[in-house]
Design a protein around this ligand. Structure first.
Ligand code: HEC
Ligand SMILES: [Cu+2]
Length: 321
């Protein structure tokens, strides 16, 4: 059964100003490509038919090749060059139009593209209000949002086709882009620069929602994780810090690793492992027990735990709403 982020990328259904600006160019290139294929196909077929007739009908006199044939080459090269220059100009002006958002973005999100998941850092004027999350972005509808893109490992590419163009994420530098969603909805994002074994399983979603809902989500994310109330959960937290805390952070606890996604509000996300699995108890349990079976090569190793230890960690993780 297919799970996780399965809905299409929506390349041909622009839902944001960036994607809308690109759409005519996209269609222009699609139609140009179709025309070229059809034209060349017809020319090749015509050539075969005309030349072939000479073989089947020996009496037919085909005039010897003359210099006029070369005009096909001159004309072909000339017309192609003009069309290509025109499309280059169109591409460059479209790209230039995309560099400036419609308004100064009030929200900035740092994107850390990793093998093979996405870390998101929501900046805030008051640094105590900044927070991290992973693989699921929330943005307010109808407002440009700025993204600062960086990568600690290899080159990735940040792409949400329904909202805008793609931008490479390059180690050692911070690329900037912005996106704006016209309508509320869930949009699919995908890494679009081959980055290793699980490149295809490096999806994320953008949830564009009305400002009020967005603010409610942001306030909930800013909160630290609840302090465990029962002995079992306290045990779970202790094991979690011990076994998982070197790679994962849970705000408000001693777990402050940064090699894996921030799990403070794990259960608020719809999927886990960069859009690979639905976020439910069964999948979470399967993932923690044997991540290598679900996403081979993922940078979370299988971790050997005793039955009770595993159960307490799982129960604790389930409280991270
Ligand atoms: C060596 C580092 C490391 C350790 C130790 C580790 N993890 Fe992970 N974990 C990761 C990485 C990296 C990912 C992202 C994998 C991916 O999607 O490719 C991840 C992903 C996850 C996710 C999915 C999060 C999401 O939003 O997609 C959960 C849940 C998780 N780990 C739980 C745990 C638990 C519980 C433990 C301890 C038993 C643990 N991890 C130990 C590195 C680690
Ligand atoms: Cu990637």
């Amino acid at each position: 059964m297919k799970e996780g982020v399965t809905f299409p990328l929506g390349l041909f259904e622009p839902a944001g100003s960036g994607a809308r600006a690109i759409s005519p160019l996209l269609w222009g290139l699609v139609w140009l490509s179709i025309l070229v294929v059809v034209f060349i196909g017809v020319a090749v077929l015509a050539g075969i038919v005309v030349r072939g007739r000479g073989k089947r009908e020996p009496n037919l006199v085909i005039p010897p090749r003359s210099g006029r044939g070369l005009w096909w080459i001159y004309g072909g090269v000339g017309i192609s060059t003009i069309i290509l220059i025109a499309f280059t100009g169109w591409t460059v002006t479209t790209m230039a139009g995309l560099t400036k958002p419609s308004a100064v973005p009030s929200l900035t999100v740092g994107v850390s593209a990793r093998q093979w998941w996405w870390g998101f850092h929501y900046e805030a004027a008051d640094p105590t209000k900044a927070f991290d999350t992973a693989n699921e972005l929330h943005i307010p509808v109808g407002e440009p949002v700025r993204f600062n893109l960086s990568s600690p490992d290899v080159i990735h590419s940040f792409w949400v086709p329904a909202l805008g163009g793609k931008m490479d994420v390059i180690p050692g530098r911070t690329n900037q882009m912005w996106l704006e969603a016209d309508k509320a909805g869930v949009y699919r994002g995908q890494c679009s620069e081959y980055c290793g074994r699980e490149h295809a399983e490096m999806a994320f979603s953008i949830i564009a929602e009305p400002k009020v809902q967005f603010e409610a989500w942001r306030a909930a994310q800013q909160a630290s994780a609840p302090i465990p109330a029962t002995a079992e959960l306290q045990d779970g937290l202790a094991h979690f810090v011990d076994r998982c805390g070197k790679c994962h952070s849970v705000r408000g606890t001693k777990a402050n690793g940064a090699k894996g996604p921030d799990l403070t509000h794990l259960k608020s996300r719809a999927t886990i492992a960069a859009g690979v699995l639905d976020n439910n108890l069964g999948n979470l349990s399967g993932w923690i027990a044997h991540p290598q079976g679900l996403k081979p090569g993922a940078l979370m190793p299988d971790i050997a735990m005793s039955g009770p230890e595993f159960q307490s960690v799982l129960s604790y993780v389930e409280t991270l709403k």
